[in-house]
Design a protein around this ligand. Structure first.
Ligand SMILES: Nc1ncnc2c1ncn2[C@@H]1O[C@H](COP(=O)(O)OP(=O)(O)O)[C@@H](O)[C@H]1O
Ligand SMILES: Cc1cn([C@H]2C[C@H](O)[C@@H](COP(=O)(O)O)O2)c(=O)[nH]c1=O
Length: 236
């Protein structure tokens, strides 16, 4: 099959009925995603971005998941204490209604922290950027402590303008850390906590640390089994 190249040079004309102003508006939104392990500076980067947008006179609003209220209920807080007021919500779909339609229309930039906890992240980002023309800046964990995808964070990569993967410092050797190691025995995916429960690690110490945790678990389990077996009487 052959194509006439000249047909590709012609500008695409909009089908009748599509307003040119709507077309421009559709293109004005943006999505920026910041990912990485815990302690990598994701929240710090999000706050920096949102603050600089505010300084440029843009109307900003911050949202975080109400599952994670470790440092504050009504503020996004970095591990080193920098704060920004926010809406703590169970889901993103409730934001427009809670914030109010009129206020929502005036917002230019929406920051979302702890994005891994929002199941409706994809639809929210898609609507906010594509339809409502908002700039959405999203920070969250790409992977959990087992290095499995966390929530919908990876699903929004195809929607996004930019993706920034940050690294932390390995707590054991000081090299670049890409992963989060859970220090406790709990196995559920979602477990809110900070430095007492998690540490950033490089690949080598993720693998070593995981095997140390697994060996320790086996030793503890075998002790528990032995405690259940009644001791043999010394004399028959
Ligand atoms: N292992 C660690 N334990 C506690 N705090 C840390 C650790 N490593 C780095 N930090 C601090 O955390 C800050 C980053 O915090 P934050 O932006 O909240 O990270 P993230 O959102 O990626 O978890 C760093 O600038 C540093 O001060
Ligand atoms: C790895 C991992 C983390 N979490 C929780 C722990 C914290 O409450 C947040 C991450 O916070 P941060 O701002 O990125 O430091 O997520 C979890 O629930 N499950 C995990 O596997």
């Amino acid at each position: 099959m052959s194509y006439s190249t000249s047909s590709f040079k012609n500008p695409v004309s909009l089908p009748t009925g599509i307003d040119q102003r709507d077309h421009n508006h559709v293109n004005s939104g943006e999505i920026h995603v910041i990912i990485g392990p815990m302690f990598a500076g994701k929240t710090t980067a999000l706050l920096r971005r949102v603050n600089s947008e505010a300084k440029m006179g843009r109307n900003v609003v911050m949202i975080k998941s109400n599952k994670d209220t470790r440092y504050a209920v009504d503020a996004v807080v970095t591990h080193d204490g920098t704060k920004f007021p926010c809406w703590s919500l169970p889901d993103l779909s409730s934001f427009k209604q809670r914030f109010g339609q009129v206020a929502y229309e005036k917002v230019d930039v929406i920051g979302i922290d702890e994005a891994q906890f929002f199941d409706d992240l994809y639809d929210f980002c898609c609507n906010a950027a594509d339809i409502d023309g908002k700039t959405v800046v999203v920070a969250g964990l790409d992977g959990d402590y087992l290095r499995r995808k966390f929530g919908s964070v990876l699903d929004i990569i195809p929607l996004s303008d930019t993706v920034t993967k940050l690294t932390a410092r390995c707590e054991i050797c000081g090299k670049r850390a890409f992963f989060t190691l859970r220090k406790t025995e709990e196995m559920q995916k979602e477990l809110i906590g900070g430095a007492a429960m998690y540490m950033p690690v490089c690949r080598q110490h993720y693998v070593n640390g995981k095997s140390i945790m697994e060996s320790a678990k086996k030793v503890i389990e075998s002790h528990q089994v032995q405690e259940l077996i009644p001791e043999k009487p010394l004399v028959a």
